[in-house]
Design a protein around this ligand. Structure first.
Ligand SMILES: C[S@@+](CC[C@H](N)C(=O)[O-])C[C@H]1O[C@@H](n2cnc3c(N)ncnc32)[C@H](O)[C@@H]1O
Length: 261
């Protein structure tokens, strides 16, 4: 799957895969995950994030969306976008985007028999590169509504890369009626726990930053939010149980692009 150097440090896509029960991870990832499990319930956090993604994708399909652009997708393991969307409607088309070469190579192998799903290797901060990628051009019609997914990826975009402007550039590039599915790590509710998560990520190749509710809100400009609006991700059309502890670590929202003017 990869070179030795890639196996030397834990990698967030493979850690996600491990937390979700997948088989696409290395010993270094499993050791890192198991070592930190006592301190940080990361598996629970990843699973609630993926559950939000699945609920949101189902709502998009129910609302007529048939094409998905998943930015910073990781390995499309266990219950990912193409599985959920194509189960609801086999005509759904999904393009994943990631900039980590081993993740992309592995995802390509996984998706090779699926004519409606592909992965593009690109940096999501380079909007023209993403939108011009052959996989995007082949599978998606950007003159029609698309769901842009930015789930647990904006924490990887540093302040100096202006995450709110990045979201706005994707918003401006897609058709009216397109959807944004977005979540973001926050320390608003669980500051000590989230500080540990941020510290753990600093050991990987992909450091992260947590952001406040108002920072997150600024990323949603130009979108009309579906009910229940901007909430902790497990509360977004979740079971209705109180959201506490390791579940109260990210906000989630789904919006529809408002027509200009
Ligand atoms: C935390 S995982 C999120 C996975 C997925 N969105 C989910 O919710 O399960 C972040 C992924 O984003 C990728 N990534 C980080 N920065 C990126 C960038 N600038 N461009 C493209 N992918 C990036 C990493 O390689 C990793 O696979």
């Amino acid at each position: 799957m990869s070179t030795n150097s890639e196996a030397e440090r834990p990698n967030v896509a493979r850690l996600y895969d491990y937390y979700l029960g997948g088989a696409h991870n290395f010993a270094v990832d499993r050791e890192f995950a198991d070592r930190s499990a006592g301190d940080v319930p990361t598996a629970a956090m990843v699973q609630q994030s993926r559950a939000f993604l699945r609920r949101a994708v189902r709502v998009c399909v129910a609302n007529g969306i048939r094409q998905f652009l998943d930015l910073g997708s990781g390995i499309p393991t266990a219950g990912n976008v193409h599985e959920v969307a194509q189960q609801a409607d086999p005509t759904c088309r999904v393009v994943y985007v990631d900039n980590e070469p081993a993740t992309v190579a592995h995802s390509r192998t996984m998706l090779r028999d699926n004519a409606g799903a592909a992965i593009a290797e690109a940096d999501i901060r380079d909007v023209p590169a993403v939108l011009g990628a052959p996989e995007v051009r082949d599978l998606l019609d950007l003159s029609r509504p698309v769901a842009v997914l930015m789930v647990a990826i904006l924490p990887h975009v540093a302040d100096h890369d202006r995450p709110a402007e990045l979201v706005a550039r994707y918003r401006d590039a897609v058709a009216d009626g397109s959807y944004l599915v977005v979540s973001h790590l926050t320390a608003d509710e669980q500051p000590e726990l989230v500080a540990k998560v941020v510290g753990m990520a600093a050991e990987t190749r992909t450091p992260i930053v947590a952001r406040s509710k108002s920072d997150f809100e600024a990323m949603l400009a130009g979108f009309d939010l579906l009910e229940p609006g901007l909430v902790l991700a497990p509360s977004w059309r979740g079971e209705g149980d109180p959201v506490t502890g390791a579940e109260a670590v990210s906000y989630g929202a789904v919006g529809v692009k408002r027509p200009a003017g």
